[in-house]
Design a binder for this molecule. Sequence first.
Ligand SMILES: Nc1ncnc2c1ncn2[C@@H]1O[C@H](COP(=O)(O)OP(=O)(O)OP(=O)(O)O)[C@@H](O)[C@H]1O
Ligand SMILES: [Mg+2]
Length: 433
Amino acid sequence: MAITIEALRDWRFTLPRDLATTAHLCTLYPFTIQAGSGVTGVLLGADRLAGGGFFFDLHEAYAHGLIQGPNMLVTGAGAYGKSALTKALVYRSTVLAPTRFTAIIDPKGEWTALGAALGWAVLRLSPGGTVRVNPFDLGPARAGAAAEDLLAHRVGVATALLTLALGRADLSPGDRRILHECLRHLTAHSGIANPTLPDLQRMLADPPAVIADALDTTRADLAERRRPLLDAAAILVDDDLRGICDTTTSVDLDWAQTPGLVLDLSALLARRRTLRLVLTAAAGWLQGAMYGAVDRRKLVILDEAWIALEDLAITRFLQDQWRLGRQWGTANILITHALADLRSQVDDGAAAGKIAEGLLTTTSVRVFLHQNPEQIRTLLADLGLTGTEATLLRTLQPFQALWRVGNTSTLVDHLIAPWEWDLLDTDRAMSAT
Ligand SMILES: Nc1ncnc2c1ncn2[C@@H]1O[C@H](COP(=O)(O)OP(=O)(O)OP(=O)(O)O)[C@@H](O)[C@H]1O
Ligand SMILES: [Mg+2]
């Protein structure tokens, strides 16, 4: 059939008078399409709307004032490419930011191939394994950090671990004071540079009179009040963290030089409670070590972050860590499955949900891969997405994402080069012998 001009006219794509496509806008004024986010960094893919490449670096975005904090969230349905895009960011950054220290907390053991290829330390934490990590360890060099800050950090780690062990949402101010005094006494008076959980357990088992004095109470009252804390510490030392986080750290890393570290927690995947505790202990250990590496930019990535975000105590702990870490040049990336799944894990309307939302809201960079906006429209609005952007999430193909960097939105097709697949492909890394 011959195609006539009339027929073509009928096929023409038409819109109501008050609407236009982005192509139309370009013809009116070529710079109407956004000029990209303005962030420098590594090439991650193609910018769908503005054309050209999409470049990103979390530290650079923060340094240039484009975002409020160096924290990022990557969220989307399973197997849509969250881990792969973060791996691409890390891998390519090793060329552009070779002095940066990157640490991955890796619950599924998916980052070990990349870590090994980059010459990083790959530490596998498992009960009965060879690696031990002391959550109260502060690394070797602590110059520049005030003693009170370091103590506060240790108290924060102890609070998170004991809260989890007790299955509570939080510790009372009285409990915190006891922990604070015990840890202060351990380091200031007992001469232990890096106290361990068993040291804390011993101190709680038999707190000296000076601790009761410091707390303005009697030894008998203290003996009564410290009981739940002692039980929690004993559970951690004798059971949950035994053989993993119950002695001094067994690895000797050069924090000033080591390019990166993968903490492989996959041996604990089936033991959710232990996994949460070790994840918290590991995050505390890493944060402590960061104080020692003041001159380096640092990036901590938590994959499968929903494991942490479904728990109120860990979420609070992470929020505190982020606040403290910013002044030491630490950036953070959380990778978690679709937000609707996260919301269903926390009690609806309960504090846990609010904290998780708070944490998500404090992430200045949000990368949304495919998810169902109907289930989470309010949360998406809280996270700064317009109704149109939220609707778009449902239509996103695998490896496509909507990036919110500060106030800028960019639609990106993430690209992996053929020669990168061996390192970045989760499926291949998982099936490697
Ligand atoms: N940009 C891409 N181009 C082509 N294929 C990709 C891309 N990114 C990821 N893939 C493929 O999709 C698979 C799943 O990706 P990835 O592991 O990153 O998903 P995920 O969202 O992290 O999944 P999960 O929630 O299960 O952790 C990868 O192993 C790879 O085979
Ligand atoms: Mg993943």
